[in-house]
Design a protein around this ligand. Structure first.
Ligand SMILES: [Zn+2]
Length: 234
């Protein structure tokens, strides 16, 4: 049985209780978690874990073997016993910035309607790489981005089956980033009237929460690649 991913249905959960299902060389496995594991350009969550008689800092979260989420502790000597009841708590400030950034990336992708060839999110700075030869009009993009944030579009997720997606390819605006297959269902992220695409990351519930976002450097990475950097200004 793989780890239940509570953040998939509620990205605002900051903590949860869980039961330790295994420990292994500085890594803790639990039956359910609020920790997002590194993936899709979004970093793994950090935070803490506590149990009767101890606590530890969690420095990273990643998918381990078999689809379980591995919580990596900072100090490998401090581990709870298997079967222990624990409380998991996120570094919420950092994660919430990832949610704002991640949502901003979707907005940016809806403005620059080119194929996305790469991307990376951090709490300070994020980037998206576009397959495009045109010059990016920074000012126009910044204005469009601010307008989408101010318009406060609702952001939501829903699940569809792989068969349903195959039968209705028009459900998804861009398939340049292929959704992960083989887990039975695909998660669609919808920004109302703006964007609809497969995404497993964590997002805010409404675009106004993205807040003060600024377009940074636009880099030319080869003839057909433009890298757009964005920053959160608070
Ligand atoms: Zn996303």
């Amino acid at each position: 049985m793989s780890t239940a991913e509570l953040f998939r249905d509620d990205s605002y959960l900051q903590s949860c209780s869980a039961t330790v299902t295994g420990v292994d060389q500085g890594t803790i496995y639990v039956d359910q978690t609020v920790f997002y594991p590194l993936g899709g350009g979004q970093p793994g969550d950090t935070g803490s874990i506590s149990w009767d008689g101890g606590s530890a800092k969690i420095a990273d979260a990643r998918y381990g073997d078999g689809g379980d989420i591995a919580h990596m502790v900072e100090d490998a000597a401090a581990l709870p016993p298997a079967g222990a009841s624990v409380e998991l708590t996120l570094d919420w400030e950092r994660r919430y910035r990832h949610m704002r950034m991640h949502t901003a990336m979707h907005l940016l992708g809806s403005i620059l309607r080119y194929d996305v060839t790469g991307g990376n999110i951090s709490s300070e700075k994020s980037r998206l790489d576009f397959n495009m030869e045109d010059t990016v009009d920074k000012e126009a993009v910044a204005l469009a981005l601010t307008a989408l944030v101010r318009a406060n579009h609702a952001v939501s997720c829903r699940w569809i089956s792989e068969a349903e997606l195959d039968a209705n390819p028009q459900l998804v605006r861009t398939m340049s980033v292929q959704p992960p297959r083989g887990r039975g269902a695909i998660r669609l992220l919808e920004i109302q009237d703006v964007d609809l695409q497969p995404c497993g990351g964590t997002h805010v519930n409404a675009t106004s929460e993205v807040g003060r976002v600024r377009i940074g450097k636009v880099e030319k990475k080869g003839r057909q690649n433009r890298r757009v950097n964005i920053h959160l200004d608070d």
